[in-house]
Ligand binder design. Structure first.
Ligand code: ADP
Ligand code: MG
Length: 438
């Protein structure tokens, strides 16, 4: 495609300081958006997808300058949005409109629907009431409502209708881009599909570009031409929708897809083993690849010879010990231990191993030594030593180094060490890295 992109977002960053005390001393940083790059082309629907809290809304607000980004660049039709003065910003805001998730909070209950839809026109200086009324009627009809609805009040409409009214309000200024942040999440099944179909029709009819934001990969799949998958403030993979859905490269994308049974051809093999289920916080992002603590494909050091299950069990033990335990005793006592003999758990080495599905002896001598050493240290209440024993033996490249978004796959940039040609040692370990299959 040679056409210039309508919207270019480059390395966008929005960090929030965490402050404490009267002097508001900064004690930390929330990396809500941490280097996000993508573009939306004219007439295209681009989807940003990822779990709640990964920074989708902050990305939308920052690129529209509803909040000031702390870094990066945003170009709209070639113009530098972050350098806009007030007038330029006003023009930009006419052309790029935001539609929000919750249609109920989007309206003033005492304002008629017509006045609500006309508001952007007034704000942008269209003073003639008759013309406004014509534009409003037209917008209401475009979204499947009636011009006469302009005289009613928001409470007289269903959730789906209210979302149509929101869309009408976004359309009155003839925008080029609609940023729709979870536009149908508050709606039920049938209405959801109707509102999406409406957006789809409008997009075709008026050549609109849409940036669709959703936690629901199936919805993004149905609506978008291309997808960017976000995890903890970063895009980990992007590409044409069909490619990403049919051949997801990043383990996180694979995890999102396998959570939707209708999308995953291997749905029967469902539950994917992961080292940890917890979604980390944007104020405390993991080192290296941010996904590594949850990644079923986390790469072992080159000299480790274990099956993938064994490797993941060892990694689970390691990450379990890395949690915020007060001491070794509380770490041990929180284990789901089944007594191996007698009636009550004794937290013996055998019981600790069993809690992590570890066999009596692991086939890899180095790892086995480290695991034995760690469990011994745990039993003698030396948590730090236990952690160290495991860290020395099995720290993964995924923990040490942050993967760059490669473009080895031309249209499919992906940020995962498994696709990094410079890490052959770690890659060719004979461990089956792919998940969801085999
Ligand atoms: P999403 O839309 O993907 O659910 P958000 O963009 O709303 O995610 O939030 C991303 C992260 O930034 C979350 O961890 C959230 O708690 C944090 N965050 C959002 N807004 C603020 C704020 N004003 N101050 C501090 N942290 C924030
Ligand atoms: Mg959000």
């Amino acid at each position: 495609m040679t056409e210039n992109p309508l919207l270019e977002v480059e390395n966008l960053e929005k960090h929030y300081p965490i402050t404490e005390g009267l002097l508001r001393r900064q004690v930390g940083t929330v990396r809500a958006v941490d280097g996000v790059t993508f573009e939306v082309r004219p007439g295209e629907a681009f989807g940003l997808v990822g779990e709640s809290g990964c920074g989708k809304s902050t990305t939308a607000h920052s690129l529209l300058r509803l909040e000031e980004p702390t870094g990066g660049d945003v170009l709209f039709d070639g113009e530098d949005v972050l350098a806009c003065d007030t007038d330029e910003l006003r023009r930009f805001r006419r052309r790029a409109q935001l539609v929000l998730q919750d249609p109920n909070s989007a309206f003033n209950p005492r304002q008629t629907v017509g006045d609500a839809v006309a508001e952007p026109l007034r704000v942008h200086g269209l003073d003639d009431a008759e013309t406004r009324r014509r534009v409003v009627d037209d917008a209401l009809e475009r979204v499947g409502l009636d011009g006469a609805d302009a005289d009613s009040y928001p409470h007289e409409f269903s959730g789906g209708e209210k979302q149509r009214i929101s869309i009408a309000r976004a359309l009155v200024l003839n925008p080029d881009l609609i940023v729709a942040d979870e536009p149908v999440s508050a709606l039920d099944g049938r209405t959801k599909a109707d509102v999406l179909d409406l957006l789809d029709d409008l997009q075709d009819e008026f050549g609109l570009s849409v940036l669709l934001i959703s936690h629901d990969i199936d919805m993004v799949r149905r609506f978008c031409d291309r997808i960017g998958v976000m995890y903890l403030g970063q895009i980990v993979e992007q590409g044409p929708t069909a490619d990403v859905i049919e051949n997801p490269l990043h383990p996180y994308t694979q995890m999102l897809i396998s959570s939707v049974p209708s999308l995953d051809p291997h749905a029967s093999s469902a539950v994917v083993e992961t080292p940890s289920d917890e979604l980390p916080d944007a104020s405390d992002v993991p080192s290296g690849c941010r996904f590594h603590p949850r990644c079923p494909a986390i790469i072992p050091p080159a000299d480790v010879t274990l099956s993938r299950e064994q490797w993941l069990d060892v990694v689970s033990l390691r990450f379990y010990l890395e949690d915020d335990w007060a001491d070794a005793r509380s770490a041990r006592q929180s284990l789901p231990v089944t007594p191996t003999n007698g009636d009550s758990p004794t937290n013996s080495a055998a019981e600790i191993r069993a809690a992590f599905d570890l066999p009596a002896t692991l086939p890899d001598e180095g790892v086995e030594d480290a695991v034995t050493g760690a469990i011994d240290a745990l039993e003698t209440d030396d948590l730090e030593a236990a952690r160290q024993r495991l860290a020395e033996a099995i720290t993964s490249v995924c923990e040490r180094e942050s993967p760059e978004l490669t473009d080895e796959h031309a249209s499919r940039p992906v940020a995962c060490h498994r696709y990094d040609p410079d890490k052959p040692g770690d890659r060719e370990t004979g461990i089956e890295h792919s998940i969801g299959g085999d």
